[in-house]
Design a protein around this ligand. Structure first.
Ligand code: BES
Ligand code: ZN
Ligand code: ZN
Length: 499
C-alpha cells in the first residue's frame, strides 16, 4: 500500500468503498464517531444493536450496507467486547480480523473511523500503531510459485484514517506499525521459501542487500575464515553439505561508542534432515522452516534499520543446512567449538545448538554484552508449551524481564522454563569431552538452553525456542497459515523501546 492518509473531520462524509468501525460493548448510548453515525441514520444503528443484528461481541464482524444513504458504501463493524477487557493484544487481533475482511472484499481503498477504537486504556498513537501493524500482517500472503494465481489481482492501495487526534502523530504511529508489520512479513516469506531456493548463500545475499539499503556494517564469514577461526561446531554441521556455510554478521551502531551492544543470534539451518540421526519421514517435511530464528533476527534488523534507535546491535546468523553424505559428521564424533570447549556428538539432529554455540561466541567476540537468541531448537518445547508459546531460558533475570516486557507489548507469548545446576551437569556429563550435545529426551527443551548457556557464560543471555511458534497450520487474525514471523516484533521492541 502506498498511501496512508490521516485526516481530521467527520469520517462519514467522503465517498468510500468501505469503512472499518470499532464497536465497544457499552451499556450507555453511542459516543464519538458512532454517535455521529447513528444520528446520520436517525438512530437505526441503536436499533440494530438492540435487535441483535449488530453485535459488540469481541472479534465479531458485521457488514452493513448503507444502500445509498451515505457516501460510504459499506461499514465493517468489528466487535471489541467490554472496554475493561480490551488490551492492546486483543485490539490488535480484532483489527486484524476486520482487515482480513477488507482484503476478502477486494477493494482498492478503505477508510477507518480510528476514534471508535480509542478508549480509556489506549492512546490514539497506540491504536494507530496497532492498526498499521495489524493491517500489514493480516493482509499478508505468500506469493508461492503457481504459474497462475487463482485470485484476482486487486490490492489495497489506500487507507484513509479519520481521527480527531493530531494528524501528524497518528500518521507517524501508523507508519511505525506498518514498519513492524512489513518486517514480520519479510521474515514470513523467508521461512515460507523452500530450501532449494533459500539456501545459505541466499540468506547471505539477502543480508548483503539489507546492509546496503539500511546502512549496516556487514561481515560474511566463509568456510575458510571459519576454519581459520576454529568454528568447529558450525563446520561440523556443514560437513556433509554441498552448500557452503556462511556466518552472517550485521552491525548497527546507534551510539557514539561501540558499548552496551545487544547481540541478536538466529538459528539459520536452511534445511534440517537430522544428519545421520536422520529424521523420520513425517518429521522431515517442513524442515525448510529451521531458519526461522535467522528470519526473526533479520526481520528485527529491518525494523531497527528503519527506526534507527540509539542502541548498538550486532546480529549473528549461522547459515548452513544439515545433510547426510560420506563426509557428514556422525554420532560419537568429538568436535572443538570456537570458544575451545570440546563437544561429544550424541545426536546429529541436535545441530541447532552447535551452530548457535559458535555464533554466540562470535557475537561476544564482536562486543555483544547482552545476548538474545531465537531458534527452532527443539520438538521438546512443543511438548512442554504447545504451539502458541515461545519457550525462554535465561541466565539473567533482568534481561529476561526486558524481553518479557517487549513480548507483552507485541502480544507474542513467552514462557520461561527453569535452568538449574542439575540441568547444567547433564550437558557436562560426557566422559570424553567437555560437553555432550544431547543428554537424552527428558526435558530436552531445557537441555538445548543448558547447552547454549555454556557459551553465553557470564554474558546476560535469553534463549527463545520458537520451534512451536514459528509456523502455524491454521490461519489466524494476523495472518495466513504457514510462517508467523514470530519474535521479529519482540526483538525489535526490545531494542527500539529500550529506556
Ligand atoms: N529443528 C529441530 C527442532 C524442530 C522440531 C523444529 C520440530 C521445528 C519443529 C531440531 O534441530 C531438532 O531436531 N531437535 C531435536 C533435538 C533432540 C535430538 C535432542 C528434537 O527436538 O527432537
Ligand atoms: Zn535437528
Ligand atoms: Zn534443527
Amino acid at each position: 500500500m502506498d498511501v496512508i492518509h490521516a485526516q481530521n473531520g467527520n469520517p462519514f462524509q467522503t465517498e468510500q468503498a468501505c469503512m472499518i468501525v470499532g464497536l465497544l460493548d457499552k451499556p450507555e448510548k453511542f459516543s464519538g464517531p458512532l454517535q455521529v453515525l447513528d444520528q446520520m441514520f436517525k438512530g437505526e444503528f441503536t436499533n440494530l444493536v438492540k435487535s441483535g443484528d449488530l453485535s459488540a461481541k469481541f472479534k465479531s464482524i458485521h457488514t452493513v450496507h448503507s444502500l445509498g444513504l451515505s457516501p460510504i458504501k459499506r461499514f465493517i463493524f468489528v466487535g471489541l467486547g467490554k472496554e475493561k477487557t480490551l488490551t492492546a493484544s486483543r485490539l490488535r487481533e480484532a483489527i486484524g480480523k476486520a482487515c482480513k475482511k477488507i482484503k476478502e472484499m477486494q477493494v482498492q481503498s478503505f477508510s477507518v473511523a480510528l476514534d471508535s477504537f480509542i478508549h480509556a486504556g489506549l492512546s490514539g498513537g497506540c491504536v494507530a500503531q496497532l492498526f498499521g501493524e495489524a493491517f500489514t500482517m493480516a493482509t499478508y500472503e505468500f506469493p508461492g510459485y503457481k504459474q497462475k494465481s487463482n485470485e484476482p489481482d486487486v490490492t489495497i492501495e489506500k487507507m484513509s484514517v479519520f481521527t480527531n487526534e493530531p494528524q501528524q502523530e497518528i500518521e507517524k504511529s501508523l507508519k511505525t506499525g506498518m514498519i513492524y508489520g512489513k518486517a514480520t512479513n519479510s521474515a514470513r516469506t523467508l521461512v515460507n521459501m523452500p530450501s532449494n531456493l533459500l539456501n545459505p548463500a541466499y540468506l547471505a545475499e539477502y543480508a548483503k542487500d539489507m546492509a546496503k539499503q539500511l546502512a549496516f556494517e556487514l561481515e560474511i564469514l566463509e568456510k575458510a575464515e571459519m576454519e581459520k577461526l576454529g568454528m568447529g561446531a558450525m563446520l561440523a554441521v556443514n560437513q556433509g553439505s554441498e552448500e557452503p556455510p556462511y556466518m552472517i554478521v550485521l552491525k548497527y551502531q546507534g551510539q557514539e561508542q561501540w558499548t552496551d551492544v545487544i547481540g541478536l543470534v538466529g538459528k539459520g539451518i536452511t534445511f534440517d534432515t537430522g544428519g545421520y540421526s536422520l529424521k523420520p519421514k513425517s518429521g522431515i517435511v517442513e524442515m525448510k522452516t529451521d531458519m526461522a530464528g535467522a528470519a526473526s533476527v533479520l526481520g528485527a534488523m529491518e525494523i531497527i534499520g528503519e527506526l534507527r534507535p540509539d542502541q548498538n546491535v550486532v546480529a549473528v546468523i549461522p547459515a548452513t543446512d544439515n545433510m547426510v553424505s560420506g563426509k557428514a559428521f556422525k554420532p560419537d564424533d568429538v568436535i572443538t567449538s570456537l570458544n575451545g570447549k570440546t563437544i561429544e556428538i550424541l545426536n546429529t539432529d541436535a545441530e541447532g545448538r552447535l551452530v548457535l554455540a559458535d555464533a554466540i561466541t562470535y557475537a561476544k567476540m564482536q562486543g555483544a554484552e547482552y545476548l538474545v537468541d531465537a531458534a527452532t531448537l527443539t520438538g521438546g518445547v512443543v511438548v512442554a508449551l504447545g504451539l502458541d508459546k515461545t519457550g525462554a531460558l535465561t541466565n539473567d533475570k533482568d534481561l529476561f524481564e526486558k524481553v518479557l516486557e517487549a513480548s507483552q507489548k507485541t502480544g507474542e507469548f513467552i514462557w520461561r522454563l527453569p535452568l538449574t545446576e542439575k540441568d547444567k551437569e547433564r550437558v557436562r556429563s560426557s566422559k570424553i569431552a567437555d560437553l555432550n550435545n544431547s543428554p537424552g529426551r527428558e526435558g530436552h527443551a531445557i537441555m538445548g538452553g543448558a547447552f547454549l548457556a555454556e557459551f553465553a557464560e557470564a554474558t546476560p543471555w535469553v534463549h527463545l525456542d520458537i520451534a512451536g511458534t514459528a509456523t502455524t497450520k491454521k490461519a489466524h487474525e494476523l495472518g495466513p497459515s504457514g510462517a508467523t514471523g514470530v519474535m521479529v516484533r519482540t526483538l525489535a521492541a526490545l531494542v527500539c523501546d529500550h529506556t
